[in-house]
Ligand binder design. Sequence first.
Ligand SMILES: O=CN(O)CCNC(=O)c1cccc(Cl)c1Cl
Ligand code: NI
Length: 183
Amino acid sequence: MITMEDIIREGHPALRKVTEDVELPPSEKDQQTLEEMLQYLKNSQDEVVCDRYGLRPGVGLAAPQINVNKRMLAVHFVDLKDKLYSYGLFNPRIVSHSVERTYLSTGEGCLSVDREVPGYVPRYRRITVKATDLEGNEVKLRLKDYAAIVFQHEIDHLNGVMFYDHINPEDPFKEPENATPAD
Ligand SMILES: O=CN(O)CCNC(=O)c1cccc(Cl)c1Cl
Ligand code: NI
């Protein structure tokens, strides 16, 4: 199982690399890795397992965070309307997005960042993501607000981008242009 020992932290060069596409159909190994990433999220959200193994909770995980240079991510969360998002995705890409932006008033956190980095993280309010899921199906996801934010945080990791790269360095809590808070 994946534990915090497997998570690389800022300063590790792998977090700043652009990942390689996964060859499809995925190998047994890639499938196994993605399933373990999804399992980490479920474990991290289970109070007993989380405490037992000292996991930091997460709603998403990208392969670079476990030092795997492959374009794959997992998400497991319910949005503010209690809709469940639980996916392992190969080669996810944002194929379209709104001009309008959003952000979490509470800012964002990252398993690969062992410090608080306060500030609004402006993100597209709506995105359409195309990918291949763990069962090998091509999926097209239309995401908005909180779900859009989580997916953008993960897809950023696949492109070597960290959440704090988006925070306004002059005024971290300045209202972003053309943006509505998601929470
Ligand atoms: O890349 C994934 N992580 O680092 C997992 C830990 N962070 C979170 O769960 C998290 C927390 C707040 C806002 C967002 Cl958008 C996310 Cl993603
Ligand atoms: Ni992260």
